[in-house]
Design a protein. Structure first.
Ligand code: NAP
Length: 319
């Protein structure tokens, strides 16, 4: 069995919350490791340009911002293990033991910053055409649809931001939304207002995706089921929300019914010594800026917890 490497702080996930927690942990003098199953950056990597992260008045690409976050954390000796493979987290007495691929690390405190993943729509044909016309990432796959007609499903910030991105590449972008108004913020709605190759199909849902080997047609139904229509499209980008990346957590960590981790305002979870930061926790606003706030808060709380614990004085034992 691999001997676990001892560190002060383990952070699971290298998105904006995890890398910020890594920066703060390392700068506080903690031996800090961030484990990332894929590439560092989290959902920043799925975003073309980010215009609402302060300090970048002309916007910055998600990839560039992710690189800067990583560089800054590493500059202070935060160890970032990239493409570390899938993760398990166990608790043994007062230690957390994390395995990621063939690596095993242990610490007295850990921060879960594993973010979330795109939710599947659940329509017929979705699985068959995933990677053959259906995508969950316009920045990753938009180029395959240059000059073609595509659909975007959803009415939130992600759907509208990505529809605006696709409008620069594709011939026409249809937004399919199940209501008669968007959930998206005014700022994101504004992005599509000036696009003359974007149109909205209101009050409609996808019944099924059709084609031979590649997607060719989307069968739509009005929400009340009274009307059906076919929409010819080569691509469909699904943005119908997110699910938290928490499958590796034990039942001891309290979540809401949908799996989002519950924390207090100090970002403590129901398990002493375990903290959560960023999109993986239950919270209303999910932005790079709020993930950064979470990362710094979680690392500061975690560091205080560790110091108090080592003085045998946590919680509430200080005079
Ligand atoms: P979201 O806000 O949850 O929106 C999901 C959209 O998909 C909603 O319009 C919803 O319709 C629709 N939907 C859900 N299930 C559906 C189904 N089964 N069939 C058809 N439509 C369905 O998700 P998101 O857009 O991914 O955003 C997630 C979070 O990230 C939000 O907090 C958002 O503000 C944030 N975000 C911010 C930015 C930014 O500020 N630049 C960019 C991206 C994301 P209803 O409206 O009818 O519920």
């Amino acid at each position: 069995m691999t001997v676990p490497k001892n560190v002060d702080l383990i952070i699971l996930g290298a998105g904006p919350a995890g890398l910020t927690a890594g920066l703060y942990g390392a700068r506080a003098g903690l031996k800090t490791v961030v484990l990332e199953p894929k590439s560092p950056g989290g959902q920043m990597l799925l975003t073309d340009d980010i215009y609402n992260y302060p300090g970048h008045p002309d916007g910055i690409t998600g990839q560039h911002l992710a690189n800067l976050f990583l560089e800054q954390a590493q500059k202070y000796n935060c160890e970032v293990l990239k493409r570390a493979g899938s993760t398990t987290l166990q608790q043994e007495s007062d230690r957390f033991i994390v395995t990621a691929g063939d690596r095993v690390v242990q610490s007295e405190i850990a921060i879960v910053a594993t973010g979330c993943s795109p939710k599947r729509l659940g329509a017929r044909g979705e699985k068959k055409f995933s990677g053959a016309g259906i995508s969950y990432c316009a920045v990753c796959d938009g180029n395959f649809f240059e000059g073609l007609d595509v659909a975007v499903v959803g009415g939130g910030d992600s759907a509208l931001e990505e529809a605006a991105y696709l409008s620069r590449l594709c011939n026409h972008v249809y937004i399919i939304h199940r209501r008669d108004r968007f959930r998206a913020s005014d700022a994101c709605q504004c992005l599509i207002r000036g696009c003359n190759n974007v149109s909205v199909i209101w009050d409609s849902v996808v019944e099924k995706f059709e084609g031979d080997d590649l997607l060719e047609n989307i069968r739509l139904a009005s929400v009340n089921g009274s009307e059906k229509r076919d929409l010819k499209a080569n691509g469909a980008f699904i943005y119908v929300g997110q699910i938290p990346n928490t499958s590796f957590l034990s039942d001891a960590v309290a979540t809401d019914p949908d799996g989002w981790i519950l924390t207090n305002e100090r970002l403590e979870t129901s398990v002493p010594g375990l903290f959560a930061a960023g999109d993986v926790r239950k919270k209303e606003v999910k932005q790079v800026a709020t993930a950064v706030g979470d990362g710094s808060q979680a690392a500061i709380t975690a560091e205080k917890y560790l110091m108090m614990k080592r003085c045998n004085a946590y919680p509430g034992e200080v005079a």
